[in-house]
Design a protein around this ligand. Sequence first.
Ligand SMILES: Nc1ncnc2c1ncn2[C@@H]1O[C@H](COP(=O)(O)OP(=O)(O)OP(=O)(O)O)[C@@H](O)[C@H]1O
Ligand SMILES: [Mg+2]
Length: 238
Amino acid sequence: MLKVSHICKTFTGGIIRKTRVDAVKDVSFTISNGETFGIVGNSGCGKSTIANMLLSLIKPDSGTIEIDGTIQIIFQHPETSLDPAKKIGYSLEEPMIIHKMYDKAGRKKRVKELLDLVDLGEELLDRYPHQISGGEAQRIMIARALSLDPKILILDEPTSMLDVSVQAQVMTLLKELQEKLGLSYLFISHDLDVVRWFCDEIAVMEEGKFVETGRTEDVIGHPKAEFTKKLVESFILE
Ligand SMILES: Nc1ncnc2c1ncn2[C@@H]1O[C@H](COP(=O)(O)OP(=O)(O)OP(=O)(O)O)[C@@H](O)[C@H]1O
Ligand SMILES: [Mg+2]
């Protein structure tokens, strides 16, 4: 379970001309075990700032975050998340080495289980990141995140850099993994079609605020906020 209550984050900067961005304004939501919560909104509205606060990469100015279990993230760019100088096998093992999990034989066994979970073969282990496809790289990143037995995964536009056909495969894999492992997801996306299929609940975000939250079908089917209406309309017209 994840519970976020009234978190706020303002970025300030500039020496001569002071700048101030209210990136996240009084955001609250909960994600129950095994559920998927989506955040939809335009570029710059504050989605990744929320993700960074959940991961403790930045500290909220106010508000509280309660997380039950480990949380991990899958980023948009799998190719930049993998170390180009390290073989895939090492990248999969590395989180377990850092967290001192298992002995060497145990880690090798776990790597094989993880590959199996994401439907990849052992032949990838001896390759470097430039020797695998974008879809395979994203599966590797998912396997790597799963190595620490998380309860919650943040998916920050996880498939937007992939071909449409590969996107569908990765999204289907994520659904299967959720069922198998009982994971909760925080899914960040621009794509209302994917959100509709993937999320139990969504929040529509505009300039740092949640303007509308609810069951996905209700929000998309009967939008209340002006911003949501425009978003749904523009999506139908596309
Ligand atoms: N470290 C930072 N310092 C200053 N401003 C920041 C910082 N991180 C984010 N911002 C600003 O906060 C706002 C929200 O950024 P954020 O990355 O959360 O947007 P986003 O919704 O994830 O956008 P995108 O869809 O493009 O990924 C933006 O105006 C951004 O410029
Ligand atoms: Mg972002």
